[in-house]
Design a protein around this ligand. Structure first.
Ligand SMILES: NC(=O)c1ccc[n+]([C@@H]2O[C@H](COP(=O)([O-])OP(=O)(O)OC[C@H]3O[C@@H](n4cnc5c(N)ncnc54)[C@H](OP(=O)(O)O)[C@@H]3O)[C@@H](O)[C@H]2O)c1
Length: 259
């Protein structure tokens, strides 16, 4: 399907690896100019080269901390106008909630709630004026159901979801949409680090933990960043203008609820 976004400018935050990279690749495949981002320059430049080679699109790598004001300025300054914004960032570490002190709580809120809101504040009026904008926020399945050790993830991301629920309705008239993608288990470094630490603490091989993880998912497999990226690209497409304020859970059926 032609997504109808060829020539659009996209910023995909935290996209040198993992889910962000999956989204950046599919937007590039759809013909967008894509700003990609990460803190490690070597990884970022390698990724930029690979996506550009694979898709033929213009990829602009910006080394920056997306949670810092200076980093956001660099990202926003990389293109003359922003048509598509994919908000993403690293998630908080697994931790018993008793160990999350005030500083860690505030850091989690800044990373996973405040920073995406700041970026939206910076781009949304231009989108409204031009009568096109697509904003996708990568959150987590932890928005729908708690995950042990990720209470800060649930809290900050639910805060973001609640904050933007009204904002999404306020800009829908101008063909500007704001949606959320909620990953379950996807094959990225973050997931594999989690599997490795579970394997270490139980004294078993990572393959054992991975097999258990897969067995618990109705689809019997872990998700692929490419399929996550394709869903993101559709939400950013010209055809998705009537979808806004929605939370799309991608978890192979792991969430057991009806709704
Ligand atoms: N994978 C899953 O199964 C899963 C499930 C639920 C939720 N999530 C959430 O989805 C998001 C992406 O996860 P992932 O699995 O794709 O992680 P990942 O594989 O670890 O990739 C994270 C990416 O973000 C970049 N990054 C991290 N902190 C950054 C910062 N402050 N500024 C700019 N870039 C930054 C990393 O590059 P640098 O390190 O070089 O900066 C890397 O490119 C996270 O918030 C995670 O909690 C993932």
């Amino acid at each position: 399907m032609d997504l109808g976004i060829e020539g659009r400018n996209a910023i995909v935050c935290a996209s040198s690896r993992g889910l962000g990279r999956g989204c950046a690749t599919e937007l590039a495949r759809a013909g967008c100019t894509v700003v990609i981002n990460g803190r490690d320059q070597t990884t970022l430049e390698e990724t930029a080269h690979q996506i550009a080679t694979e898709t033929g699109a213009k990829i602009i790598p910006i080394v920056a901390d997306v949670a810092a004001a200076e980093g956001q300025r660099k990202l926003l300054g990389a293109v003359s106008q922003v048509d598509i914004l994919v908000n993403n960032n690293g998630g908080p570490p697994y931790r018993d909630f008793r160990e999350i002190d005030r500083e860690a709580q505030l850091k989690g809120l800044v990373n996973n709630m405040v920073s995406p809101i700041e970026l939206i504040q910076a781009v949304v009026d231009g989108m409204v004026a031009r009568r096109f904008g697509r904003i996708v926020n990568i959150t987590s399945g932890s928005v729908k159901a708690p995950i042990a050790g990720l209470d800060l993830s649930s809290g900050a991301r639910l805060g973001l979801t609640g904050f933007l629920a009204g904002v999404a309705r306020s800009v829908a008239h101008a063909n500007v949409t704001i949606n959320f993608l909620l990953p379950g288990s996807f094959d990225t470094r973050r997931l594999n680090d989690g599997l490795a630490s579970a394997a270490k603490s139980r004294g078993v091989g990572i393959d054992v933990i991975r097999a258990e993880e897969e067995a618990a998912i109705p689809a019997k497999r872990i998700g692929r960043p490419e399929e996550f990226g394709k869903a993101c690209a559709f939400l950013c497409s010209a055809h998705a203008g009537y979808i806004t304020g929605q939370n799309l859970l991608m978890d192979g059926g792991a969430y057991p609820g009806v709704l």
